[in-house]
Design a binder for this molecule. Structure first.
Ligand code: DQA
Length: 146
């Protein structure tokens, strides 16, 4: 089972950036946390990690890996307006879960809506790195048919 873990713009800065909303883990630490959880779910899950600050690079990455089983994605601010990324997710035939570190429904008005989330099977937000853990569990169970 191959799962893509994709992080959008500015997520390379977590750990230092707005820790009240995004927590204190760096991106490398967050990826390690996700890896450990994946291994606990099923040691045969293969994770591929990608972060980009560029919308087109994220779309290329998704298009080039169309045979993966699932995507766990935090699109960052692109969540709120990128119909191009939303379309790329819609075209991906596997399962898709969107995650956010912060509680996007209870922050600035512009963050409440997620057009990429509309293209996903589920959204987990507001629990910092735990959002990733919950999202990955849900994604795994959907793919495994559990
Ligand atoms: C975020 C929420 C977005 O609104 C913001 O632009 C981010 C991070 C989150 O994980 O809470 O970059 O996706």
């Amino acid at each position: 089972m191959q799962i893509l873990i994709i992080h959008g713009p500015n997520l390379n800065k977590i750990g230092k950036r707005d820790t009240a909303h995004y927590g204190t883990k760096t991106l490398a630490e967050l990826n390690d946390f996700v890896s450990e959880h994946a291994h606990a779910l099923n040691p045969e899950i293969q994770l591929d990690f990608f972060q980009s600050n560029h919308e087109g690079s994220l779309i290329d990455y998704i298009q080039e890996r169309s045979l993966a089983d699932g995507i766990l994605m935090n699109p960052g601010a692109l969540s709120h307006y990128s119909y191009a990324l939303s379309d790329a997710l819609r075209d991906f035939r596997g399962k898709k879960v969107e995650v956010h570190l912060s509680d996007i429904k209870n922050r600035e008005h512009f963050r409440a809506n997620t057009v990429t989330g509309d293209a996903c099977d589920a959204i987990f937000s507001g629990k910092k790195e735990e959002s990733y853990k919950e999202g990955l569990t849900y994604l795994y169970q959907m793919i495994a048919g559990a």
